[in-house]
Every structure is written in structure tokens, then in C-alpha cells.
Design a protein around this ligand. Structure first.
Ligand SMILES: *[C@@H]1O[C@H](CO)[C@@H](O)[C@H](O)[C@H]1NC(C)=O
Ligand SMILES: *[C@@H]1O[C@H](CO)[C@@H](O)[C@H](O)[C@H]1NC(C)=O
Ligand SMILES: *[C@@H]1O[C@H](CO)[C@@H](O)[C@H](O)[C@H]1NC(C)=O
Ligand SMILES: *[C@@H]1O[C@H](CO)[C@@H](O)[C@H](O)[C@H]1NC(C)=O
Ligand SMILES: *[C@@H]1O[C@H](CO)[C@@H](O)[C@H](O)[C@H]1NC(C)=O
Ligand SMILES: *[C@@H]1O[C@H](CO)[C@@H](O)[C@H](O)[C@H]1NC(C)=O
Ligand SMILES: *[C@@H]1O[C@H](CO)[C@@H](O)[C@H](O)[C@H]1NC(C)=O
Length: 465
């Protein structure tokens, strides 16, 4: 394979201008298509009507896929505005498999050739954006871009990555509506877009996809949870730190066979906790803290025999904390503080990490609300009727839809604060240590490691805790 190196330079520059122009506020989805740009290549390869004056030396590629990868990566590199750790400095020349952060492996359909199978630029602090040409990396199995400063959104062309299994864009500056391009990636199992600035609604299609892990936390999503949430086969779902409102949809219980960890904290969820959650006996973590849930803890929670962590902190829950819950065999961390509970079984004190401060508990429990606060609550909201929330009607809760989100801000002048430094996947579970292609055949994620990853502490940057 022989191509003109200089042509690529120009191409990349051309693309850069095009995408930046196309990212104008009234056009959130740049229309540049792969087909167009490849046509452009072809035209320039064959015509080369105005060849660059400098010595145009030739590059030799091991195989055509690496040549394509070269083109995609060089185009991407051209959009990088800052690379403080020099991770892409050695992205030069035809040996793309030697580039820092790029991992090659024999192609699944032709094991005699190497192709790009993984991109791992975690913690690189790179500022830039994703380019359409990345969709040309058809053999990619995983993309890890945690803790960078990428902005814009996910190009539509990502749907061409038929083998893409893990997409981790966490802790960047992506913005705009939910990046629906990810819904068209056929084999995606692990989606992590936490700590970005996505906003608006989340599409119901997200829950029809066969994703094993869904991390949406700490964005600016603002909507009710889609009614079909229960269609998701995910084992971990972290929705924390957005502005989700309304009821937990009735279909939630449909995830009983698969869902193990769910973190709803820091949203505006309301109504009563549905008794059906008690059917979700595989749950190990249920965190509904910092919402507006009301009513009692359903007795059915006593069925959650695998529950290890239960966090109900900062809601408007009331009634008694039942013995059967505090006696759950695996429960070791139960936070019930900042509610209006007025009774608790003695067994609760036996839970290893139990917190019940700022409730209406009497009989010597320390650090409780004042009698006055409890009486006020009792008179205003004490007699909660769960039916009043009409969670089981076809339209779950009568909340007006949010206004459409404004178009994404242009990338070139990001006013976002510096990247939050926190360690995601610090256990190495999601970092490439052996050739990444193995990710395709291995089972999604090992539970023990997952559990570590999903605790609230892991989901929050240290500086926010
Ligand atoms: C990156 O490269 C520049 C220029 O060669 C150098 O000044 C800088 O110290 C390098 N930064 C790091 C973190 O290595
Ligand atoms: C990759 O880099 C290493 C060391 O930097 C070098 O020895 C090796 O030849 C390079 N591989 C190719 C294919 O150029
Ligand atoms: C595998 O790739 C090599 C190098 O491009 C090519 O010569 C060969 O025909 C391919 N084999 C198959 C089965 O596609
Ligand atoms: C999922 O939940 C909905 C609403 O509760 C219910 O109508 C539907 O039958 C459930 N589907 C399955 C497969 O259980
Ligand atoms: C819990 O998970 C196991 C295996 O993963 C499954 O067989 C079982 O049916 C699940 N429990 C429920 C209540 O669906
Ligand atoms: C128990 O969980 C709460 C909230 O989920 C957390 O803040 C606390 O640190 C946990 N306790 C222990 C001992 O890990
Ligand atoms: C970037 O945005 C800030 C604040 O909006 C503005 O003051 C500054 O002039 C902008 N810089 C550029 C290069 O556009």
C-alpha cells in the first residue's frame, strides 16, 4: 500500500475545518459522511491535481485495514487541541499498532492480519473531539476515554463498529442530547457516559438494547424514566446525579432476573417505593438516596435476600423500619438517616454500618429531628397515600416535558472546569492489560469487580464526595 503522506495532512485539515464549521449551533449533527470523505480521498489519490511542493515520501502499510486506521487516527489527531502528557506525540508513521493507546490484534475474520482492536486513552487529559472517521475502525472492540476533555458528541458513524463492546466516555465534556449514535452500535454491552454534560431525555430505546452496564450518572438528564426501563437486561444501572423525576416505572420489577445494582441517588424521584422491588431478589445494591420518595419501606423488602447495601438517606420516608429488613442475611450497610421514620426494630443496631440519624425516632436514639419538625411532617405529609401519585397509570406521572435542550456548545471554547481526577476502573478491570480482543469472548464483567466499581464512592469524583 502506498499513499501520499502529505495528502493525509491536507485531508485532515480539510476535515477539521469541515467539522468545526458544521458544529455551528443550529446544526448539532454535522452532516459529513464517511462516504463523502472516502470519495474525497479517492479523488485526491487519483487526481492529485495540485500536489504539495514538499517531498512526498511514501508510507507502506502491513495491510489495507491498517492504512484505513492510519487515516482515521491521523484525522482524529488533527482535531486534538491539547495533549499535555504527549500521548499522541508518537502517532506518526504507518505503524499504527505502535501508537500509544492503540492496541492491535489479529482480525477476527482474517487472523493473518493485525487490525486496531482497542483504544485506551484513559486519564490522558486530551482536549479534542471524536471524528466521523473513527467509524472506519471497523474492528474496534473497546474504546476507553475516561478523564479527558473531549467535547461535542458521538459521531453517527460509530454504528459501523460492529464489534464494539465497551464504550467508556466518562468524565469528559461531551454535551447535547443523549448520544443516540450509541444505540446503533449493534454489539455494545457496556456504556459509560457518566460525568459529562449530556442533557434532556434519555431515549426509551436505551433500555431495549442488550446492555449489561448502563452508567449515565452525573450528567444533566432531565425527564421521567422511560416506561420500558424494565426491558433492560442490565446488571448494573447508575442513574445518579441527574434530574430524573416522577415514579419508578412499574416495569422496573421486570429486571428482577438480571439487575444487581441500581443507584438512583441525587435525583428528583418521588412517590412511594414500589412493593414490587421486593421481587428483585438478585439486588445487592439499592441506593435511592437524595430523592423525594415518601411512605413506608415496603414490607416486601424483606425478600431481598441478596441485598448488601441499602441507602435511603435524605427522602421523606416514614413509618417503622421493620425487623425483617434489618435481619436480611447479607445486609451490612443500611443508611436510613434524614427521613421521618418513627420506629425501628432493635435488630437494626446489629447491622454493621447502620445510620438512622435525623429521623423521628424516640426512646433515646441520638441525633434526631425535633418534635416540632416531626409533628409538622406528620400533619402535612404523614398520611401519605401512594395511590395519589398514580404511578400505575399509562402515563406514569403528570410532569410536563422539559424544554428541548439547547444545541451543544462549540468545542473550541469550552468553559467547563478542569477535569475531575478520579479513578475509574482503577482495579484494572476495564483497562487493557492483555490483548483487547479477548473482551469479545469473555463474559461481560466479573461480579466481584463490578460491585466495587458501582458503589457510590466509585461513582463520584473524590472532590465531590
Ligand atoms: C511534552 O512534550 C513537550 C515538547 O516536547 C515537552 O516540553 C513536555 O515537557 C512534554 N510533557 C510531558 C508531560 O512529557
Ligand atoms: C514498535 O516500537 C518498537 C520500540 O519502540 C520497535 O522496536 C518496533 O520495531 C516497532 N514496531 C514496528 C512494527 O515498527
Ligand atoms: C487476509 O489478509 C491477507 C492480507 O491482506 C490477504 O492476502 C488474505 O487474502 C486475507 N485472507 C482472507 C481469508 O480474507
Ligand atoms: C414488564 O412490566 C410491564 C408493566 O408492569 C408488564 O405489563 C409486562 O408484562 C412486563 N413484561 C415482562 C416480560 O415481564
Ligand atoms: C437471580 O439470578 C439467577 C442467576 O443469575 C437466576 O437464575 C434467578 O432466576 C434470578 N432471580 C430472579 C428472582 O429472577
Ligand atoms: C455505607 O453506605 C453509605 C452510603 O451508601 C456510605 O456513605 C458509607 O461510607 C458506607 N459505609 C461503609 C462502612 O462503607
Ligand atoms: C471563550 O469564552 C469566554 C467566555 O464566554 C470569552 O470571554 C472568550 O473571549 C472566549 N474565547 C475565545 C477564543 O473565543
Amino acid at each position: 500500500m502506498v499513499i501520499k503522506y502529505k495528502t493525509h495532512h491536507l485531508l485532515a485539515l480539510f476535515h477539521f475545518l469541515l467539522t468545526c464549521a458544521a458544529a455551528a449551533p443550529d446544526d448539532p449533527n454535522p452532516p459529513l459522511r464517511l462516504r463523502q470523505s472516502s470519495k474525497w480521498i479517492v479523488r485526491h489519490r487519483t487526481h492529485d491535481s495540485n500536489p504539495p511542493p514538499s517531498p512526498s515520501y511514501a508510507l507502506k502499510f502491513e495491510n489495507p485495514r491498517l492504512e484505513t486506521a492510519y487515516f482515521a487516527l491521523q484525522t482524529w489527531k488533527k482535531t486534538i487541541l491539547s495533549d499535555p502528557y504527549n500521548r499522541t506525540v508518537n502517532w506518526v508513521g504507518p505503524d499504527v499498532c505502535n501508537y500509544t493507546g492503540i492496541f492491535c490484534f489479529p482480525a477476527p475474520d482474517n487472523t493473518s492480519i493485525q487490525t486496531v482492536a482497542g483504544i485506551d486513552l484513559n486519564h490522558a487529559d486530551i482536549a479534542g473531539q471524536l471524528v466521523d472517521e473513527l467509524g472506519l475502525l471497523a474492528d474496534l472492540a473497546l474504546i476507553h476515554l475516561n478523564t479527558n476533555r473531549f467535547c461535542g458528541t458521538v459521531p453517527k458513524t460509530f454504528k459501523k463498529m460492529k464489534l464494539l463492546y465497551e464504550l467508556d466516555l466518562s468524565n469528559n465534556r461531551f454535551a447535547g442530547r443523549f448520544p443516540s449514535a450509541v444505540l446503533d452500535i449493534p454489539g455494545l454491552k457496556y456504556l459509560d457516559i457518566r460525568y459529562n454534560e449530556f442533557e434532556g431525555r434519555i431515549p426509551s430505546r436505551l433500555f431495549d438494547k442488550h446492555l449489561d452496564a448502563i452508567f449515565l450518572n452525573h450528567n444533566r438528564f432531565q425527564s421521567e424514566l422511560p416506561a420500558n426501563i424494565g426491558s433492560s437486561p442490565a446488571s448494573a444501572m447508575v442513574l445518579a446525579g441527574n434530574n430524573f423525576r416522577g415514579c419508578l416505572p412499574p416495569s422496573f420489577k421486570n429486571m428482577s432476573a438480571t439487575l444487581r445494582e441500581v443507584i438512583l441517588m441525587d435525583n428528583g424521584m418521588e412517590a412511594c417505593l414500589p412493593a414490587e422491588i421486593g421481587m428483585m431478589t438478585n439486588l445487592t445494591v439499592f441506593d435511592a438516596s437524595n430523592n423525594r420518595f415518601v411512605g413506608p419501606i415496603p414490607d416486601s423488602f424483606a425478600e431481598l435476600e441478596n441485598l448488601e447495601v441499602l441507602n435511603l438517606d435524605h427522602n421523606f420516608l416514614s413509618g417503622e423500619i421493620p425487623e425483617a429488613i434489618c435481619s436480611l442475611p447479607k445486609l451490612w450497610n443500611f443508611t436510613a438517616s434524614n427521613n421521618f421514620f418513627d420506629g425501628e426494630a432493635p435488630e437494626c443496631s446489629g447491622v454493621e454500618a447502620f445510620r438512622d440519624g435525623r429521623n423521628c425516632l424516640r426512646g433515646g436514639r441520638r441525633n434526631q429531628r425535633t418534635r416540632w419538625q416531626c409533628e409538622m411532617f406528620e400533619s402535612r405529609r404523614g398520611k401519605v397515600r401512594c395511590e395519589d401519585f398514580k404511578c400505575f397509570e399509562t402515563k406514569p406521572c403528570q410532569v410536563p416535558p422539559p424544554p428541548p435542550p439547547p444545541p451543544p456548545v462549540p468545542c473550541q471554547n469550552s468553559t467547563a472546569e478542569g477535569p475531575v481526577d478520579y479513578d475509574v476502573g482503577g482495579d484494572g478491570n476495564y483497562q487493557i492489560q492483555s490483548p483487547p480482543r479477548r473482551m469479545l469472548s469473555r463474559p461481560p464483567v466479573k461480579e466481584s469487580k463490578r460491585a466495587r466499581r458501582v458503589t457510590v464512592e466509585d461513582a463520584r469524583p473524590a472532590s465531590l464526595v
